[in-house]
Design a binder for this molecule. Structure first.
Ligand SMILES: C[S@@+](CC[C@H](N)C(=O)[O-])C[C@H]1O[C@@H](n2cnc3c(N)ncnc32)[C@H](O)[C@@H]1O
Length: 281
């Protein structure tokens, strides 16, 4: 299909990836959502299955809360809801997904293409209710939309997060979401007690990891997906990371040409804070 024939809505269009998957692309900066292995595989392989969502939902307890930063075409959110629904009576706790999104065009586009986004179909009514009412609920599954600038909500009161799907556009296209200040705002909503919280993100760049560390997270390597060698998992607890960054990463950082955090200079003060992080003790 020629590019000009791609369905469009506002600032977004639908595209077909080389592997045949459909995905949503931003017309301005050109970034594609879940570009490497296709949306569904990446949602499960990077955000939903590495933190063992299904196992967590098998354990009785308080509702499990996911902050879904960048609802987009709802692939990550629906992947989580799908895992929860699949469990049937094995699920012993509620799942509460809180999605943040400033623009609903990606979700509208994906819903209008059932062949391209078949995995959304079982949650079509849920997604339509989310768009219409800002919320949807079914038998222990709750999905809520925070429509508008995510950072405004992050400054307010939110349920305490067990998991964070951190999937805004990249630091280059969306710098405000990746600053130490923004990530510290996310960190503020993360569970401290018990297993703590895990934040999954696709970026494994040194500045991303530096910024997460400065924002108060412990940081580790995340699952590899498709063409991406590695991703990143951050946590409020060092013990909850399967592959925490250690001396080798720190040595590489010292020699790196991109040692500064996103959106700031590498000052001596920043360097001291990074080197003094409890992760290295
Ligand atoms: C990479 S896409 C998310 C893909 C999505 N997680 C999925 O699974 O389909 C990033 C999304 O974050 C949204 N976004 C970026 N910055 C935002 C902000 N500051 N507040 C709210 N939404 C934001 C964009 O509009 C876009 O839809």
């Amino acid at each position: 299909m020629a590019e000009s024939e791609n369905p469009r809505d506002g600032e977004f269009e639908l595209v077909t990836l080389r592997n045949g998957s459909r995905a949503v692309r931003h017309l301005g900066h050109g970034e594609v959502m879940h570009p490497s292995v296709g949306p569904w595989k990446e949602a499960l392989g990077l955000y939903v299955d590495p933190p063992r969502l299904a196992d967590r939902l098998r354990q009785p307890g308080a509702p499990l809360v996911i902050l879904d930063v960048g609802l987009g075409a709802a692939t990550n959110a629906v992947a989580a809801l799908t895992r929860a629904r699949e469990l049937g009576s094995e699920r012993r706790r509620e799942l509460h997904v809180v999605s943040f999104e400033v623009d609903l065009a990606p979700l509208r586009l994906a819903l209008a293409d059932p062949q391209g986004f078949p995995f959304l179909q079982p949650f079509r009514e849920a997604a339509e209710a989310l768009i219409r009412d800002g919320r949807w609920e079914e038998d222990g599954l709750r999905w809520e939309l925070k429509l508008g600038e995510a950072r405004a909500y992050l400054r307010g009161v939110l349920p305490v997060a067990d998991l964070v799907f951190f999937d805004p556009f990249s630091p280059a296209s969306n710098p405000d979401m990746w600053t130490e200040h923004a990530l510290a705002e996310v960190r503020r909503h993360c569970r401290e007690e018990g297993e703590g919280a895990l934040l999954m993100t696709y970026s494994a760049a040194t500045p991303t990891r530096v910024t997460l560390l400065l924002a108060g997270f412990y940081v580790g390597a995340g699952a590899a997906t498709g063409t991406k060698g590695e991703t990143t998992v951050a946590s409020t607890r060092l013990e909850s990371l399967e592959a925490p960054l250690g001396a080798r990463w720190l040595e590489r950082w010292k020699r790196s040409s991109s040692r500064a955090p996103h959106g700031a200079e590498l000052t001596p003060e920043v360097e001291t804070r990074l080197l003094g992080h409890p992760q290295w003790r």
